[in-house]
Design a protein around this ligand. Sequence first.
Ligand code: HEM
Length: 119
Amino acid sequence: MEFVEHLLVLIHLLGLAAVIGSAVFVARGRVTRELIWGARIQVLSGLLLVALKEMGDGGLNHTKIAVKLVIGLLVVGCTEIAGARERKRSGEVSTLATSAGVLAVINAAVATLWETDES
Ligand code: HEM
């Protein structure tokens, strides 16, 4: 079970790399498949990690997780709307793609700088 948990953290970090890599470093202001799928993977792997940790020893900071979930869903929202606009070739996507990247950086900061051992 611990191995699965570590595997999920790896997937979670690869999702982070896809979103932030695309929106902040490589394809600024543009929608890429990496951006869209990275955002989906972040929320999915994050929720699975929460489930596994709750089945195990718990120890999650629920306020922090709630904040991360809200921000993670905002990232998904930005990327899905930007992706839909790109497909229809209507509406601007640059602000949405950039917002997704900035929000993902904020979520990475929340993940790493916020204390974990309070509930
Ligand atoms: C853009 C979205 C996200 C980013 C950038 C992000 C980033 C990160 C990072 C960098 C870590 C490793 C931190 C560490 O182990 O110290 C982590 C761990 C984790 N994340 Fe996320 N995350 C995101 C979304 C989510 C979501 C939506 C959830 C769940 C609702 C979630 C739940 C978790 C959990 C449970 C861990 C395991 C570490 C712990 O015990 O806190 N994450 N995340």
